[in-house]
Write a new protein. Structure first.
Length: 284
């Protein structure tokens, strides 16, 4: 897994992480807040810890988000495929797919059609039931032949297992089963991070079936800002940092006790993990 993590970091530096030139503030990495001294210092130190040299320039905000999604999607696809012996199945890895495309949420498409056609319902219940997570991981239902691969468990005439979404033959139009909803946040500012919670609550409240994993991946260098999203329970499973080991070493090098205290609280409280933990957590 280490080689995949190294390749992941190389992709981020090649495609996404840039050094902004600023005559007034000084040069700083584009995942740092140029107005925050600690943010800039930590971002620079993380770069030193990786040993990879970034390029100068910048990328538009919208492009940064999409590139970060692609890099994370590709990493998860490669890493999770190596864990097939732990979590077998046929998997879909996609970006910006509507949750109504998946078994637990396909009923939302009908609800939204009704609400759109009725202004009174729209004003009472609101809209935007159908969200599109940054990345989704979904499992394709199994045919009876796949289920019976090692031993006959099901026969089409048997009155058993007729409702489970895992069995493809139970439905005329079987939908993939949403396994994980992954939000990607290149940085975390207090006004940007909370929509991940809103999406999580939507997934929790509107499902018919099992709840998918709900996680966030970020490259935010400042633990205080990570804490604004990671602290608390009930909505997001966990936040994953693109370089948690390097962030810890960066804080040690800067000898910032307050930031280390917050980082330790998040890690020991099981609210923050490294990107390399995510494929294993998705295998649970």
């Amino acid at each position: 897994m280490q080689n995949l993590r190294d390749k992941y970091h190389q992709d981020i530096f090649d495609k996404l992480l840039r050094i902004r030139k600023n005559s007034r503030k000084g040069d700083y990495p584009n995942n740092a807040d140029g107005d925050s001294k600690i943010s800039v210092s930590l971002a620079w130190e993380i770069i030193r810890q990786t040993g990879i040299s970034p390029s100068f320039g910048d990328i538009s905000g919208q492009s940064k988000g999409y590139i970060f999604e692609e890099i994370n999607r590709d990493f998860l696809k490669k890493a999770f495929s190596r864990l097939q012996h732990l979590r077998p199945g046929n998997w879909i890895y996609s970006i910006q797919s509507k949750i109504s495309d998946f078994d637990q949420y396909k009923h939302l498409a009908d609800i939204e059609k009704i609400i759109i056609q009725n202004s009174q319902l729209a004003s009472s219940l609101g809209k935007n039931y159908i969200i599109s997570p940054d990345i989704v991981l979904a499992r394709i239902p199994l045919s009876d032949s796949e289920i019976n691969k090692n031993k006959r468990l099901i026969h089409k005439k048997d009155p058993v297992a007729r409702l489970t979404p895992l069995r493809e033959s139970n439905f005329a139009n079987p939908a993939p089963i949403l396994h994980a909803s992954i939000s990607c946040k290149w940085t975390l500012r207090s006004d940007r991070s909370q929509n991940s919670r809103t999406e999580a609550l939507n997934l929790i409240r509107n499902r018919k079936g099992n709840l998918p994993h709900i996680v966030v991946i970020t490259a935010e260098p400042t633990p205080t800002r990570i804490a604004s999203l990671a602290l608390g329970t009930g909505d997001i499973d966990c936040v994953y940092h693109f370089a948690l080991n390097e962030l810890r070493e960066a804080i040690k090098m800067l000898n910032d006790e307050s930031q280390m205290e917050i980082l330790d609280m998040l890690v020991e409280g099981r609210r923050l993990r490294d990107i390399s933990d995510l494929p294993f957590d998705l295998a649970i």
